[in-house]
Ligand binder design. Structure first.
Ligand SMILES: *Cc1c(COP(=O)(O)O)cnc(C)c1O
Length: 423
């Protein structure tokens, strides 16, 4: 039996309707931008394996660093103990974030980094003796699949079975130049209750919502209003962090800096799971007390895993090489060129790009969104062309590893072109 056939008997896959889904493709090896399956086929990883990969797969430098680390220290409890990779990574992240940040809290993934941020915000207000209960979030947001993260996300097909179990959140439209006044007015009305603990957002790009992009200027204005009203701002950079948008962090496009930042995905170059919640000193200070109840009682078994921290350090080394930064710029330019070439195509509702992200929203006769059936045709079509693309409903997106070559970029652009022509 093949791996794929054995899988069908024992595995429950994420985000997959197993009754109707195509059989899973068993990957036996990955190198650079290429995935190799058990039947000898190869596929260009045009999604960076769910938005995580930065330097191509099994990059020898990261492999070497992880190998050295596991021979030295595999894992230890992170309460009462510490280690060099965790401290070093915290030092480097704080420097790289280049703002009013002073504390790194580790967890395991993007959803937990968001849970931690929300719990920090709620408990901050409890600890200072002025509890606040409301969160403001953006419509169509995605912040992960655990309960807190689902609560601050859009109520949609993903959350439907749980909607009445989620806590109440105020949702506002993503801020744009066109709705600026309306959004600012609405925001001011919402916060006039004085019960708002935090405003959470995916800065500039709503990834899971189909790579929808919005305005840095109005977002900066909202952050400023939060500062003036003592409301904690949380930037969920789980997707946008580490140059995905062209700059180191999407917050680097803003004129006002968020208080808390959530990081994961590309943090380790896409090799090992790790989540980070970055906090400023004023929040950390509110948890310092002789009263034990003010402690932040949150942690995971694998918090600050030394191998994950080492992978993140190695990924930062590679990210900061001129070669990598140049290629990120190159990808951004090529995306802009390709967008200009196709944007007036009659099958396209809108083409969007920012940094290494290219998104093409297709005009279908069905409703836009994740459940648009066209996605089921797209993945097999491109797999057949040796490309792995996984659309978000009617949005085809291309978020390559930063090491992708011009030739490899063109393979994907040409295939998208052809798909538009013949489908
Ligand atoms: C993917 C994602 C998450 C969830 O991260 P996981 O590691 O999948 O739990 C949270 N926020 C954003 C913006 C994401 O794109």
């Amino acid at each position: 039996m093949t791996i794929s056939e054995r899988d069908l008997k024992v595995i429950w896959h994420p985000f997959t309707q197993a009754k109707t889904a195509a059989h899973p493709v068993a990957i036996v090896k990955a190198e650079g931008c290429w995935l190799f399956d058990e039947n000898g086929n190869k596929y260009l990883d045009a999604t960076s394996s769910w938005w995580v990969n930065a330097h191509g797969h099994s990059h020898p430098y990261i492999v070497k660093k992880i190998t050295e680390q596991i021979e030295q220290l595999d894992h230890i409890i992170f309460a009462g103990f510490t280690h060099e990779p965790a401290v070093k990574l915290a030092e480097r992240l704080i420097e790289k974030l280049n703002g009013n940040y002073s504390r790194i809290f580790y967890s395991d993934n993007g959803s937990t980094s968001v849970e931690v941020a929300l719990k920090m915000a709620f408990q901050y207000y409890a600890n200072v003796g002025a509890p606040r209960k409301k969160i403001i979030a953006l419509k169509n947001a995605y912040h992960g699949d655990t309960f807190g993260a689902m609560s601050v996300g859009e109520r949609n097909a993903f959350s439907a079975p749980f909607n009445d179990l989620l806590f109440n959140v105020h949702f506002i439209d993503a801020p744009k130049q066109s709705n600026r006044e309306e959004i600012i007015h609405q925001f001011n009305v919402l916060i006039s209750e004085k019960n708002t603990a935090a405003f959470i957002f995916e800065p500039l790009v709503q990834g899971a919502n189909g790579m929808k992009m919005y305005d840095a200027k109005t977002l900066s204005e909202l952050i400023k209003i939060c500062k003036l009203n003592n409301i904690i701002t949380i930037a969920d950079e789980v997707f946008t962090g580490f140059y995905r948008t062209g700059k180191a962090f999407a917050k680097d496009y803003l004129s006002e800096q968020p208080d808390i930042i959530c990081l994961s995905k590309t943090l380790t170059g896409g090799t090992l799971p790790l989540g980070v919640t970055v906090a400023p000193e004023f929040i950390y200070n509110a948890f310092l007390s002789n009263d034990k109840l003010k402690t932040f009682f949150h942690g995971h078994s694998f918090t600050a895993n030394p191998l994950s921290c080492t992978a993140a350090l190695a990924s930062l080394d590679l990210l900061e090489e001129e070669k990598c930064l140049n290629n990120i710029d190159f990808i951004s330019k090529k995306h802009i060129e390709f967008k200009a070439r196709i944007k007036h195509h009659p099958k396209i509702l809108e083409a969007r790009t920012l940094g290494t992200i290219l998104a093409i929203e297709l005009n279908t006769n069905e409703e836009s969104g994740y459940l648009n059936p066209i996605s089921e045709k797209i993945t097999p079509y491109f797999l057949n062309k040796s490309i792995y693309l996984r659309p978000l409903g009617n949005v085809i997106y291309f978020t390559p590893p930063y090491t992708i070559s011009e030739e490899e970029l063109n393979i994907v652009y040409d295939a998208i072109d052809e798909w538009l022509r013949i489908n």
